[in-house]
Design a protein around this ligand. Structure first.
Ligand SMILES: *Cc1c(COP(=O)(O)O)cnc(C)c1O
Length: 404
């Protein structure tokens, strides 16, 4: 019964990492090896990641996707007074990296169906100062990369993909990471489709960008300069060619990453299965279910997040009048689910609503009607590989109970 409080261990979180004995053994081996910072295991992780993508790309491990996005924009030449186009419906990291470089994020609205950034809004936001576009593959379905690529080519812009949700995701048969953008950045944060605790991977086909990113990842120390100037190099010698950053991934984290990567197809299979079960079981409820790629498109969904939206006509959930709540129906539904031990979240509070972004750039909600409407109606249901069928049944039953 709803008024029966669930015991602590029966609380269903909205996400949970899937760490096995393999990861634990790999970390132990790393710790016993005596080499714990960036070294041979990280190099193996980078190679394995590139091999998974199966393309002529370079993969550069970093300690977060945020760090990777910063490095990518820096290498792409983004600097003070440049503009970078970013969706409003994303995590703040997608935009903050633009500020790291003194550039200006220009926020754009979402497509009402996919919730990915809207190419028409991108086109309207381009000015002579625009330097780059940062598409985010919302929830794990690729943004319209054909339209974005066309705009970028026409206006001479860089495309840096925030692929924090999109491993593995296919776009018209090609994996994200092998598309025609300049750089793609993946996240291995705890709740992503695979994790290293904290971590990320930067992928690019462009050897010049790769060289700059590798160099800036570790204090601006140039290995190439090192090799160029000395034939027989003493091991203590190095050259600093820029004021770089400390963004390298440790071998401890990479050891976890290698094992997670081995499991990623199984993880992806389970996520896809859970998403299909939600689709079928929730179809009759007053919910807008997540967009999915057309079956014959060659595109796939990583199902990092399963985001539903309450339909306007949804009956008001008990307590929906909630004092001062702007989004009574959605907020009450989250509260009622939590009472039943079901964790949900909201992805995302649009950046134009966040005090820093709103006040720094004078952003107005009226300029982002799609993201505004989506935000007021959306919640993220539990979806993770260790979720059992019975766990999911609990979520489905609670939603039927509350929304029928
Ligand atoms: C998680 C996330 C990031 C940041 O990833 P970190 O690895 O935690 O830095 C960036 N963008 C989006 C859209 C995310 O969801």
């Amino acid at each position: 019964m709803p008024d029966q409080m669930p015991s602590a261990d029966s609380f269903l979180p909205f996400a949970l990492p899937d760490i096995g004995e393999e990861e634990i053994r790999a970390v132990e081996a790393c710790l016993r090896s005596g080499w714990v910072t960036t070294g041979p295991v990280t190099r193996r992780f980078e190679t394995a990641f590139r091999d998974y993508l199966g393309a002529e790309v370079e993969a550069i491990a970093v300690n977060s996707a945020t760090a990777g996005l910063h490095l990518a924009l820096e290498a792409a030449g983004v600097g003070p007074d440049d503009e970078v186009i970013v969706p409003t419906l994303t995590f703040t990291a997608s935009a903050e990296v633009v500020r790291y470089l003194g550039a200006r994020p220009v926020f754009v609205d979402a497509d009402p169906h996919t919730l990915n950034l809207d190419p028409a809004a991108v086109a309207a936001a381009i000015t002579p100062r625009t330097r780059a576009i940062v598409p985010v593959h919302f929830a794990g379905m690729a943004a319209d990369m054909d339209a974005i690529g066309q705009l970028a080519r026409r206006h001479g812009l860089r495309v840096i993909e925030d692929a924090a949700h999109a491993f593995p995701t296919r776009h018209r048969g090609r994996l994200v990471g092998t598309l025609d953008s300049d750089v793609t950045v993946f996240s291995f944060y705890a709740n992503k489709t695979m994790t290293t605790g904290e971590g990320g991977m930067v992928v690019t086909r462009d050897p010049r960008l790769a060289e700059r990113i590798r160099c800036m990842r570790l204090h601006g120390i140039s290995r190439d300069a090192f090799d160029r100037y000395t034939a027989r190099t003493p091991s203590w010698y190095y050259e600093v060619i820029a004021a770089g950053f400390k963004y390298n991934l440790t071998d401890i984290a990479s050891a976890i990453g290698i094992e997670q990567l081995r499991k990623i197809d199984r993880f992806q299979g389970r996520r896809t299965e859970l998403a299909a079960r939600y689709d079928a079981a929730l179809a009759g409820l007053p919910l807008v279910l997540p967009a999915r790629p057309a079956p014959d498109s060659g595109s796939t969904h990583a199902w990092h997040l399963y985001v539903v939206r309450l339909e306007r006509a949804a009956p008001s959930v008990d307590g929906a009048d909630g004092a001062g709540m702007a989004h009574g129906g959605r907020d009450a539904l989250i509260a009622r689910l939590a009472e039943r031990g079901i964790g949900t979240s909201v992805h995302f509070i649009p950046l134009h609503r966040q005090p820093y972004w709103r006040d720094s750039y004078g952003l107005r909600a009226a300029d982002f009607p799609i993201a505004e409407a989506a935000f007021g109606a959306m919640l993220t249901l539990p979806l993770y590989t260790r979720m059992g069928d019975a766990d999911q049944e609990r979520v489905i039953a609670a939603l039927h109970d509350l929304l029928s």
